[in-house]
Design a binder for this molecule. Structure first.
Ligand code: ADP
Ligand code: MG
Length: 153
C-alpha cells in the first residue's frame, strides 16, 4: 500500500503523526509537505524534531528559506519555498548543496522550486477538514515506501 490517510481532529493528532514519522526517518529521505498556509506543515516538522530530542526553537523557514538541525546522529534540513518568486532562486541561493545522502529534508511549498528539486520519496498532504485536518502520506520511491510501512506498521 503506497498511501495512508488519517484524520487529525486537533493539533495533538498532528503532533502524534509527526512523532510517528520521526521514528521512520532515514538519512537521504526527501519529504515534501503539501498544503495551504496553516495546514500544519511546520507543526508536523516541529513534532518530528521534538521526537528526535531536539529541544531548541523550531521556526518556520519562511524568511530564511532553510533551517538546519544537527541531531545526534543525523542532519535534518527544513525548507520553505513559499517566498520564492522564481524557481531559479533555489539555485541562486546555493540550496542544491543541501541535497546530500547524509541528510533528511522536509520541504514546504516544493512546487515553488519546481524543476530544481530532486524527486521526493514521500509526499505529505495536509488539508483543512472541518476544525481539524486530513493527512495523506504517499510513497513515491522504495525508500518512501519503507518509511510509510514503518509509520503505518
Ligand atoms: P503551515 O506550516 O502549514 O503553514 P503551521 O504548522 O505553521 O502551518 O500552522 C498550523 C496551525 O494549525 C497551527 O496553529 C496549529 O496549532 C494548527 N493545527 C495543526 N494541526 C491541527 C489539527 N489537526 N487540527 C486543528 N488545528 C491544527
Ligand atoms: Mg509552515
Amino acid at each position: 500500500q503506497s498511501t495512508l490517510c488519517l484524520h487529525l481532529p486537533g493539533e495533538a493528532s498532528t503532533i502524534a503523526a509527526g512523532t510517528a514519522l520521526a521514528a521512520a526517518l532515514k538519512p537521504g529521505l526527501n519529504i515534501w509537505l503539501i498544503g495551504d498556509l496553516g495546514a500544519g506543515k511546520t507543526t508536523l516538522v516541529r513534532a518530528a524534531l521534538r521526537a528526535l530530542a531536539y529541544t531548541g526553537p523550531v521556526k518556520s523557514p519562511t524568511y530564511s528559506l532553510v533551517e538546519l538541525y544537527k541531531l545526534s546522529s543525523l542532519y535534518l534540513y527544513h525548507f520553505d519555498f513559499y517566498r520564492l518568486n522564481h524557481p531559479e532562486e533555489f539555485v541562486d541561493a546555493g540550496l542544491g548543496e543541501y541535497f546530500t545522502d547524509a541528510a533528511i529534508r522536509f520541504v514546504e511549498w516544493p512546487d515553488k522550486a519546481a524543476g530544481f528539486l530532486p524527486r521526493a520519496d514521500l509526499l505529505v498532504r495536509l488539508r483543512h477538514a472541518g476544525d481539524g485536518r486530513e493527512l495523506e502520506l504517499e510513497a513515491v520511491t522504495a525508500a518512501g515506501q519503507q518509511c510509510l510501512s514503518e509509520v503505518s506498521g
